[in-house]
Design a protein around this ligand. Structure first.
Ligand SMILES: Nc1ncnc2c1ncn2[C@@H]1O[C@H](COP(=O)(O)OP(=O)(O)O)[C@@H](O)[C@H]1O
Ligand SMILES: [Mg+2]
Length: 357
């Protein structure tokens, strides 16, 4: 019963591009898909057999919807914990469950939890008001990154800050909300582990991409990353401890900074498929979306064997006009079907195939 039958219906909370690609992967495996999200005309709703448009806090609506599905998953980490808790208390199967959401929705809770899993993070201080910033900055050597504890994405909700800045103004510009002040990590590069854990506790990790960000937004992921075998094993072990401790079912991404001496510092994790794993669709036997659906369905995980060296590059709204000129001939293009190609927002990606391995 916890293993879905052929042709069962999977419900996805969230209507963005990740939901759209999950829906496609679910369809590939013969499942029906229903999307639940508040937005009209959402990218995922337009490729699913059914979609319901309602708010995440409308508990009666969301439960009634979930009762028409055989298992529920989510495509973004800000689904209210209270909503998922309500579904679980009412007997619905939600994978990956509640704990990963709780731990990833607040940056301080997230870092504290990562540390409890013996995964190092940057130094950090809780900031409740502008006055908290000065003493924390002093302890961090005079510079740091101030981030809102919740709701940040693509570098939004964060600001560099240094001794002598107007702390109060910067705190206000972030909305005067609870924040975390992090030490600046002098990283050599950024990488991520895309891991999957099945219902039986089996764990697989994809090869590690190196990720380059521009203005806080992922620009490019290159696989394989230039890391030693030992660093890769450290990263895999950390991700495995994380998904085990969370009793996680599905795909999860753990982002790391790599220090010049090879030590790994965790940045954050996402309890979902991840932008830095999009290349797995073209380069691996089982892409991350299909893997997540397999886990949600309680099926055995697929092979993560990689057959190609690849590079994935995001397409932002402003890139659309020059796409033909800038995209390599040996690239596979995915567009998300967003209605507006907004500046600074991801509207698609391409994966350049750099040859078989
Ligand atoms: N403590 C830090 N030190 C140095 N760079 C950082 C730090 N935190 C974040 N960054 C940079 O900003 C990017 C986005 O930050 P992140 O915390 O991952 O926020 P988001 O939730 O927006 O992805 C990171 O990928 C990294 O390039
Ligand atoms: Mg990030």
């Amino acid at each position: 019963m916890s293993k879905l039958k052929f042709g069962a219906r999977i419900g996805i909370l969230g209507g963005g591009q990740l939901g759209r690609m999950l829906a496609g992967a679910a369809a590939k495996l013969g499942f029906d898909v229903s999307i639940y999200c508040p937005e009209a005309d959402a990218p995922a709703s337009r490729v699913a057999g059914e979609s319901v448009r309602a708010g995440y806090n409308q508990l009666d609506r969301v439960l009634a919807w979930a009762q028409t599905c055989d298992a529920i998953t989510y495509e973004f980490e800000n689904v209210p914990v209270s909503t998922v808790g309500h579904l679980i208390r009412n007997g619905q199967i939600v994978r990956p469950g509640l704990k990963a959401l709780e731990m990833s929705q607040d940056r301080i809770r997230e870092k504290t939890f990562l540390r409890s899993c013996a995964i190092p993070t940057a130094e950090f201080f809780a900031i409740q008001c502008g006055d908290d910033i000065g003493p924390a900055l002093t302890q961090l050597g005079g510079a740091g990154l101030l981030k809102t504890c919740s709701d940040g994405y693509d570098g939004k909700g964060q600001s560099r800050i240094a001794a002598g800045d107007d702390d109060e103004a910067i705190f206000r510009a972030l909305g005067s909300r609870p924040c975390v002040l992090e030490g600046l990590v002098p990283f050599r590069c950024e990488v991520s582990v895309i891991a999957a854990r099945g219902l039986q506790g089996d764990i697989v990790c994809y090869d590690i991409p190196e990720n380059i960000h521009k203005d806080g937004i992922l620009k490019r992921s290159t696989v394989p990353a230039a890391l030693t075998h030992n660093i890769m094993q450290d990263a895999f072990r950390a991700a495995s401890r994380l998904v085990e401790t969370l009793d996680y079912v599905g795909v999860l991404a753990l982002e790391f900074f790599v220090l010049p001496d090879g030590r790994l510092i965790a940045n954050e994790f996402a309890p979902r498929v991840h932008n830095s794993g999009h290349w797995t669709v073209e380069a691996c036997l089982t892409g991350q979306f299909e893997q997540h659906i397999r886990a949600v369905a309680g099926w055995s995980l697929g092979s993560v064997e990689r057959t190609l060296d690849v590079e994935m590059e995001n397409v932002l709204g402003e890139d659309l006009d020059n796409l033909d000129d800038n995209m390599p001939a040996t690239a596979s293009l995915t567009l998300y079907g967003k209605r507006d190609a907004l500046r600074g927002r991801k509207i698609g990606h391409w994966v350049r195939l750099n040859g078989s391995i």
